[in-house]
Design a binder for this molecule. Structure first.
Ligand SMILES: *Cc1c(COP(=O)(O)O)cnc(C)c1O
Length: 320
């Protein structure tokens, strides 16, 4: 399947990050940042590459409504709403929260983009998926043709976007040794593995959304590789499960350190939920010697900046 052209700004830049590299113990020329925060769609992030494939699939199926869901500060919800507007499609999003008294962060952008929002109240992962399914049925009874995407766009079709990203990386850096990425659903990680062909080349950092990543990532990587006609990936899945603190979205001191270092050395803004924790995982891997100082390492910046402007995180930044 081909992605819908023009939806995601790709290829994204691969930037050397020697100042950050030096601060965390890499040799010059070893550390790079893949700027997938610069993909467009109302602020950018990794969901743009997924949406380019998902929306192509939706159009091919003759669907007229994009349907998905997420948490209150979901980047995927915000970017799906932007994609729908850009394509002239309707959009329904289920948000697992009550409407906030004062919108902040991604919610401000959601209100501006105006998808049909279903405020579903506090729900866990599977509870939210169930309401998305209910909405699909409701929309169909109303005569709409919804295209249902799982939370985070985490389907095989969506993850194909990261096979293409892996090809971009190999084009820019043929001797790359390791890619480090945040793991929410694990779809981005799995797509990268499918593209690079080897689990040893990708370190995922669990941000605490789901307990079964150790199973999910290899299963998804194999399915994506097969769907793209690539060889089955070799090696063992690599996931750092020690960085999410008290849970998804919880603040940690090492995340704060990672945000501060990236900002001070590279002018690079990470987010408190995903990329800050992924960077904390990279810092720990280098400090503990699990990554050598001369390993050509790419940190994938998957976006997420709007969450920084949610009240809780703004206060956390302001009051260390
Ligand atoms: C969704 C998201 C991720 C996680 O991507 P998955 O493919 O679900 O693992 C990482 N970073 C940001 C900023 C995201 O919005």
């Amino acid at each position: 399947m081909d992605p819908l052209p023009g939806l995601a700004h790709v290829p994204t830049p691969l930037e050397p990050a020697d100042r950050l590299g030096r601060a965390i113990g890499f040799e010059p020329g070893a550390l790079f940042v893949k700027r997938d925060d610069c993909t467009g769609l109302a602020g950018g992030g990794n969901k743009a590459r997924k949406l380019a494939y998902l929306c192509a699939d939706a159009m091919a199926q003759g669907c007229d409504t994009l349907l998905t869901g997420g948490g209150r500060q979901s980047n995927h919800v915000r970017m799906t709403a932007a994609a729908a507007n850009k394509l002239g499609l309707d959009c329904t999003v289920v948000i697992s929260s009550r409407p906030p008294a004062t919108p902040t962060g991604n919610v401000v952008l959601d209100l501006l983009l105006r998808p049909d929002i279903v405020w579903a109240g506090e729900l866990d992962y599977y509870g939210l998926e169930a309401v998305i399914e209910e909405e699909a049925v409701r929309l169909a009874t109303e005569g709409k043709r919804p295209y249902r995407m799982p939370i985070g766009g985490a389907s095989t079709v969506g993850a194909m976007g990261y096979v293409a990203a892996a090809d971009e990386l190999l084009g820019d850096l043929p001797d790359l040794g390791l890619v480090v990425v945040a793991d929410g659903s694990g779809g981005t990680h799995a797509g990268l593995v499918a593209g690079l062909g080897d689990h040893a080349k990708v370190l995922g950092v669990d941000v605490g959304t789901r307990p079964d990543l150790d199973m999910q990532v290899p299963a998804k990587a194999a399915a994506i590789a097969e769907a793209c006609g690539r060889p089955a990936p070799i090696g063992d899945v690599q996931i750092d499960r020690g960085r999410y603190g008290a849970g998804y979205g919880a603040t940690t001191d090492e995340c704060r350190e990672a945000l501060g270092l990236a900002a001070a050395t590279e002018g690079l803004v990470l987010d408190p939920v995903y990329t800050g924790k992924a960077m904390a995982g990279l810092i720990a891997a280098r400090r503990e010697g699990r990554v050598a100082p001369d390993t050509r390492t790419v940190f994938v910046h998957t976006g997420g900046m709007p969450a920084l402007f949610a009240h809780a995180y703004a206060d956390w930044i302001a009051n260390p």
